[in-house]
Design a protein around this ligand. Structure first.
Ligand code: SAH
Length: 366
């Protein structure tokens, strides 16, 4: 699945933050410069949050000039910035081929979580999600993923750090692991944001082969599996990619991930009124989860214009939750964040409705 999708754009110039390609190390080596310069540059970007090489004042002036002249730093540009009263902020980024993606900063107590996209659009076809309405256009490259992190980081005051990363933006991260993993490694690095893998969550529609790859790699990210239905008949309808997979295979892969990583699994379940929120759905779901080391995240449907689904009432969410709790499942109902600016789960999209873009335009960051 991964190789079939183009990642890069036609011209493909070198891009400093495209960490999957090790561009900085290669460039420094070619110039006969020591590799610690690379670590210095990373610290300027991820820790001091500067925008230009010129601001990296402990680099020799001549090196700064050559970097400015020869090494492209940013390939994405913030073209809109929306802020919600609950502290959520959403950025719309233009990519070098004029495609666009969105990413989100969420504030919760002292937590500062960023929600990052992995693809332009999404190919999984979940019928209730805005991100896949127009299909998938291409994978993001690792640089475009890292740039989302940096743009979001720059929204925080200097004394605040990003505490968590969730790969829950647009796209299916497990369909683009070759780019997602190096980007996460950059975030984890002590010269990057120094975020431990335990504070990073990869959310997936459930692609067993890719989950098995994470197992082989010995990853210790949190794995969140978007289940949304407890039987294959319903899941085939709601999550069409399930037709080639099936719930059983996903659970087997998720169990293997737990066995290797020791990380408690998370399952996500969007609640759609009258579709997957019946008592029997809850009972069947409890059957899958009650003996697993798992947390169930229930997500009341966030409305997407043009889609026919409805959010269940609070009473109906509570009834569904009770069935699971009584069966011994750990359940959390996900707090809705950012829905006022269409930044909540499933509301990120590639093609912007004019009112969203108009919320507030920021001057270009470069
Ligand atoms: N492709 C990955 C990453 C997306 S994460 C995945 O499927 O997990 C976004 C989460 O929000 C997923 O669980 C997704 O199914 C859920 N979601 C999508 N549309 C939604 C909507 N309209 N309301 C609530 N949750 C939604």
């Amino acid at each position: 699945m991964e190789d079939a999708l183009k990642t890069r754009t036609a011209t493909d110039p070198m891009h400093l933050l495209d960490v999957a390609q090790h561009p900085l190390q290669d460039w420094l080596r070619q110039q006969g410069l020591p590799s610690y310069r690379g670590r210095q540059i990373c610290r300027w970007l991820f820790q001091s949050r500067v925008e230009t090489f010129a601001q990296m004042t402990d680099l020799p002036a001549e090196l700064r000039r050559r970097l400015e002249a020869e090494v492209p730093l940013w390939t994405t540009r913030v073209v809109a910035h929306a802020q919600s009263k609950d502290g959520t902020e959403k950025l719309l980024l233009n990519l070098s081929d004029q495609q666009q993606v969105e990413c989100v900063l969420l504030r919760d107590g002292t937590r500062r979580t960023i929600c990052v996209s992995s693809q332009v659009g999404c190919g999984m076809g979940c019928v209730f999600c805005a991100s896949g309405l127009e299909g998938v256009v291409r994978n993001l490259n690792s640089g475009e993923i890292v740039e989302q992190m940096l743009h979001l980081l720059r929204l925080l005051p200097a004394d605040q750090r990003i505490s968590h990363i969730v790969m829950m933006g647009m796209g299916e991260p497990l369909a683009n692991l070759n780019q997602v993993l190096p980007a996460l490694a950059a975030a984890e690095s002590p010269d990057g944001m120094g975020i431990s893998a335990r504070r990073i969550t990869i959310s997936t529609v459930g692609l067993p082969e890719a989950i098995q790859r994470l197992v082989r790699l010995g990853c210790s990210y949190n794995l969140a599996v978007s289940l949304h239905a407890a039987d294959d008949r319903l899941r085939n309808e709601l999550v069409p990619v399930n037709r080639q997979i099936g719930i059983e295979q996903i659970l087997v892969a998720a169990d293997a991930y737990f066995a290797r990583s020791g990380r408690r699994l998370t399952f996500e379940y969007v609640l759609l009124a009258g579709v997957n929120d019946r008592t029997e759905d809850a009972q069947r779901l409890a059957g899958h989860l009650k003996d697993r080391p798992a947390l169930l995240n229930l997500i009341p449907y966030n409305p997407v214009p043009g889609l026919p689904y409805r959010t269940p009432s609070t009473a109906s969410c509570r009834r569904f939750t009770q069935v699971l709790l009584r069966a011994g499942v750990n359940v959390k109902v996900r707090q809705r964040k950012g829905s006022a600016i269409d930044a909540a789960c499933g509301q990120l999209r590639r093609l912007q409705t004019p009112d969203v873009v108009a919320i507030r335009h920021t001057p270009a960051l470069q």
